[in-house]
Design a protein around this ligand. Structure first.
Ligand code: M6R
Length: 360
């Protein structure tokens, strides 16, 4: 069943190239435009702002899409669903509410989706499960086609969510502004290469030997900006979820507003770089290195400016900056997996956690 892999998580990490092929299959035209069968051009012409509702890993994919929409001039806000269910943001006629949920059954996400439905917002579910409650209750559904995910830790569903949300982002921007975004063609062309690039990260990663050197520290911090910010948060979530070691993800700029007090030579800092705001993140790297913290940089293999400024370097293939987070996240998945394996944790079923959280 696990096809020779020690854990479903590792199997599912390896399944990401195939999952991504399915996610994009038929959704990019020959001239690099978005083609979503469910949403022909103009479907989102009336959208003024976008709210994303989701939990955990799905929330990180939502923040990723939020950053992309904002970069392209469309107001977007990612909310944690549990908060939105009790303290919802006001919606108006032009608000599109997108529930992002792998299972389509997460109680907090369903509660927030219902609140949006009751208040008359237009709703859309982005999910992996056809026929799930979210897919049925939202006005529309868009499927990520990741295939079944057994490990409690979300891996391939995150990658597939980000890619499908990136397609949705480009559809929305084109509909709202009347033309493809300035990034669309390059992004969609790069997206075609993403499955094989993920495959090369999985095959060539040196995360296992790095894990040996950095397991069992006082804490591990993850930082990033722009789309690398939710990837840092996702890296930290995965790390704590399966290794049971303390980890936190921060927006790189926030470090100096408090968390820096925790930084010591025993707290490795993992910096995620998208290629867009690297100089600023490198300033934050300097702040932690001067406190003696070892820094691990995850960036495009061509990023000499990063490689030369960190203690350890985990390279990923060069891609469009807005897709770089998908590749960086695969490195982070492998770091967490190998640390947890080294510590002999229950990787596929971490203590206290369930795959689908059906209570609020
Ligand atoms: O099924 P969902 O995407 O709605 O699940 C939301 C979270 O419970 C989930 O992403 C959780 O954070 C992951 N299992 C963490 O790896």
């Amino acid at each position: 069943e696990r096809d020779g892999f020690d854990h479903y998580m590792l199997k599912e990490i390896h399944e990401q190239p195939a999952a991504l092929e399915r996610a994009i299959n038929g959704r990019i035209t020959d001239d690099n435009r978005v083609h979503l069968e469910e949403f022909p051009p103009g479907s989102f012409a009336d959208v003024g702002e976008v709210h994303f509702l989701s939990c955990g890993t799905s929330n990180h994919a939502s923040v990723y899409a939020q950053q992309m929409l904002r970069d392209r001039g469309v107001p977007a806000y990612a909310f944690t669903a549990g908060e939105y269910a009790t303290t919802p943001a006001p919606v108006s006629d032009d608000t599109l509410v997108v529930a992002v949920t792998q299972s389509g059954e997460t109680a907090d996400t369903l509660a927030s989706l219902r609140s949006a439905n009751e208040r008359g917002a237009r709703t859309l579910a982005v999910t992996n499960v056809v026929g799930s409650t979210a897919a049925r209750e939202a006005d529309d559904a868009l499927f990520i086609r990741a295939g079944p995910e057994i490990g409690v830790a979300a891996t391939k569903t995150f990658s597939s969510q980000v890619v499908v949300l990136a397609l949705l982002v480009e559809r929305i921007v084109e509909d709202v502004t009347g033309e493809p975004s300035a990034e669309a063609e390059a992004l969609l062309s790069a997206m075609r290469e993403l499955p094989s690039q993920v495959d090369s990260v999985v095959r060539e990663s040196t995360a296992a030997s790095l894990a040996n050197r950095y397991a069992e520290r006082a804490g591990t911090f993850f930082i990033g900006r722009g789309v690398a910010y939710p990837v840092a948060c996702e890296g930290a979530l995965k790390f704590k979820e399966i290794s049971y070691e303390h980890a936190e993800g921060f927006a790189a700029g926030e470090l100096k507003h408090g968390p820096l007090a925790l930084v010591t030579p025993d707290t490795p800092v993992i910096g995620v770089f998208s290629g867009k705001h690297d100089t600023k993140t490198l300033n934050n790297v300097e702040e932690v290195r001067s406190r003696g913290a070892p820094v691990i940089g995850v960036a495009a293999e061509t990023s000499d400016h990063v490689a030369g400024a960190v203690d350890e370097f985990l390279p990923v293939p060069e891609t469009h900056p807005d897709l770089s987070g998908v590749l960086a996240n695969v490195q982070l998945q492998l770091v967490s997996y190998h640390v947890a394996d080294l510590l002999d944790r229950s990787i596929d079923k971490p203590r206290n956690l369930a795959k689908s959280v059906t209570v609020e």
